[in-house]
Design a binder for this molecule. Structure first.
Ligand SMILES: Nc1ncnc2c1ncn2[C@@H]1O[C@H](COP(=O)(O)OP(=O)(O)OP(=O)(O)O)[C@@H](O)[C@H]1O
Length: 264
């Protein structure tokens, strides 16, 4: 469970203050996929980065499975962050390292010994069906393959939360479906609580259980995706209503109980 409690993030630039996230409270159930949508500049990415304190909120708290991250000192926060994987629109891979080395690096930062690093990195690449690309450099991989390496890198430390910032914005529609299928399967099989920020409505419709709509830094609407098929239900916001068109069809797998879920 992720509890975002009254979180605000205020940026100060050249003496001017700007509230990017405005008193947002949101409860994200353990093992669910939470979508966050909104127009450009609504504060989605900032809120996502607030969850792992990549962007420390100006006020409010973020509690992940009972641990208040905002109350931790640097050392404890570093340790907790290994429980929270993140993937980005532009993959953020190191181009001078192979796929395997990219994944190994996150394990190194998490303090995993050299021998286990290699094995766990290989297993993580296996989950995204890229074992055969272990020795390829990112320059030799397609966009979808790069994002799958990034997913493997995020998964290798066995996180309980996966944060996804526009995970499919830089890939074509067919690759989008494949990346989403991996995210959906991983969520179903490993029970990882997943938060996806996107401006692509079809992404939310394909994978999310719940959706939160942001406008001007504030959370203005929340509903379950299942509500969309309820007779008479219509989202209150314009962006919420955009969800009623466009589709990607995925094979959604039934969830395993989280306590039974293991990665490696
Ligand atoms: N480090 C920063 N310093 C100053 N302003 C910032 C900073 N980061 C974000 N902002 C501003 O905060 C607002 C929200 O940005 P954010 O990236 O969270 O929005 P978003 O909803 O993710 O937008 P997009 O969909 O375009 O990525 C924007 O107006 C942005 O310019």
């Amino acid at each position: 469970m992720i509890s975002i409690r009254d979180v605000s993030t205020v940026f100060t630039t050249a003496g001017q203050t700007f509230t990017a996230v405005d008193a947002v409270s949101l409860e994200i159930p353990r093992g669910s996929i939470q979508g966050i949508i909104g127009f450009s500049g609504a504060g989605k990415s900032t809120l996502l980065r607030n969850i792992n304190l990549l962007e420390r909120p100006t006020s409010g708290s973020v509690v992940v499975d009972g641990t208040d991250l905002t109350a931790l000192g640097d050392e404890d926060l570093r340790r907790e962050r290994h429980q929270i994987g993140m993937i980005f629109q532009h993959f953020n891979l190191l181009n001078n390292r192979t796929a395997l080395q990219n994944v190994e690096l996150s394990l190194k930062f998490a303090g995993v010994g050299k021998k286990d690093r290699r094995r766990r990195a290989q297993e993580a690449l296996d989950i995204v069906d890229l074992a055969d690309k272990a020795s390829s450099y990112p320059g030799r991989l397609s966009g979808g393959q790069k994002q799958r390496v990034a997913i493997a890198r995020a998964l290798a430390t066995e996180p309980k939360v996966l944060l996804c910032d526009e995970p499919t914005s830089a890939v074509d529609p067919r690759t989008t479906a494949s990346v989403l299928q991996y995210l959906s399967d991983i969520n179903a099989q490993l029970g990882i609580t997943t938060v996806i920020v996107t401006h692509e409505m079809n992404v939310i419709k394909a994978v999310a259980d719940n959706v939160a709509v942001m406008e001007d830094g504030a959370l203005v609407e929340q509903f379950d995706l299942a509500d969309l098929s309820r007779p008479g239900f219509s989202p209150a916001t314009q962006i919420g209503r955009y969800l009623i068109s466009d589709d990607i069809t995925l094979e959604r797998r039934p969830r395993v109980q989280q306590k039974e879920a293991t990665l490696v």
